[in-house]
Design a binder for this molecule. Sequence first.
Ligand SMILES: NC(=O)c1ccc[n+]([C@@H]2O[C@H](COP(=O)([O-])OP(=O)(O)OC[C@H]3O[C@@H](n4cnc5c(N)ncnc54)[C@H](O)[C@@H]3O)[C@@H](O)[C@H]2O)c1
Length: 438
Amino acid sequence: MINKGVKIKEAKGKLGVLLPGLGAVGTTLIAGVELVRNRFAKPFGSLTQIGTIRLGKRTDNNVPLIKDFVPLASLDDIVFGGWDIYEDNAYESAVTAGVLTQDDLNKVKSQLEAIVPLKAVFDKKYVKNLDGPNKKQGKTKMDLAEQLMDDIARFKNENQLDRIVIVWCGSTEIYLEHDPIWDTIESFEKGLKENHDAISSSMIYAYAAIRSGVPYANGAPHMCLDIPALIALSKQKKTPISGKDFKTGQTLMKTILAPGLKSRMLGVKGWFSTNILGNRDGLVLDEPLSFRSKEVTKASSLDYIFQPDKYPDLYGNLYHKIRINYYPPIGDNKEAWDNIDIFGWLGYPMQIKVNFLCRDSILAAPVALDLALFMDLAQRAGMHGIQEWLSFYFKSPMVAPSLYPEHDIFIQLMKLKNTLRYLMGEDLITHLGLEYYD
Ligand SMILES: NC(=O)c1ccc[n+]([C@@H]2O[C@H](COP(=O)([O-])OP(=O)(O)OC[C@H]3O[C@@H](n4cnc5c(N)ncnc54)[C@H](O)[C@@H]3O)[C@@H](O)[C@H]2O)c1
């Protein structure tokens, strides 16, 4: 079969990027895009802005920038908005988050001050360590969803936008167990009308987005899009969805290191991971039920990469422990330590120590930007439902129920780039060399 590519609508007009949650990640994304489009800084960390893609044979020497190869929205065409439980505008919130320097924030102060959060849908039941004044009132969860749909439509009209995408940059909600009302669109909508406890605030945003035909990406670790009702709705409304939990920091390092160890058939006995962080995200994660959401997304990556069922001698007894502690003095500058006990030839032990002094939101902002741009591309290319090709960006990638998630960052990148090649009608790259048979 000859791949002729997919018909993709042009990226013409303006793209609205709406963020539930204008905290550290959200404001670092917005300020960063403003700094980049005003030529004050470069978009390091963003595949859509500086990444390249090889086309054809290595001898063809055809390696364009991704943004020149696929029709992505330009940064100049993005209009930001969002919701938050605090009334602070994006400038004030960025100052509180303390990620970017005052000098950098001053350069884009007026643009940030113009972004004032809409009233949020928020219930303290799902985020126990936070509360704020800027909240919507509604008799039922369905009322609240309708108010969000009105916000989305109004934002589109007022800013004369062509399209909108939503990226959840709000706090981590508590871990929720499966509930039967999640199983169908009908039961979920009944639950919205009856204020069912199993429907969290973030699910109300996701429902409102998908109903409005707006792509939705979940940057947090909690259950949201993962439920059958929202997956079915995304297919019915022909809307792309993706999640969950931006892959940054320690898990990014894990999914870089673990595939390398496995590729050389080196065993791992133990992997102890500890983190200290002092931002608002850290405060929320200090609460055991929100931490449980994070723990679940962080824990799964090693299991899937190492495949202990296939390699019981190497990984069958792996002891994997994750700790996150709230430590205010270091703010957004998270520190992560990993102690990895490995073994090699004849079972001889070795150790690896990783001490990553990272800036959480500096790693997350380009991920959120790429997701916004690729989710918009997906919708213009007629893709809907779970966008597994964007697994590259997530700690716990969503997949169809019959599949297992791919965590190996190198496979994820190949899948992402091959999807772009497929969309544009280029040959997929297999890295197979047949010159030995010439
Ligand atoms: N920083 C990272 O590197 C990183 C990595 C992976 C995932 N995440 C996730 O991204 C999310 C944002 O992280 P952050 O560091 O920006 O946190 P943050 O606390 O600085 O910002 C979150 C914001 O969301 C707001 N909020 C909470 N519930 C809301 C609701 N229902 N509606 C609207 N606003 C709401 C809060 O008031 C806050 O301003 C968290 O869930 C975090 O776990 C962050």
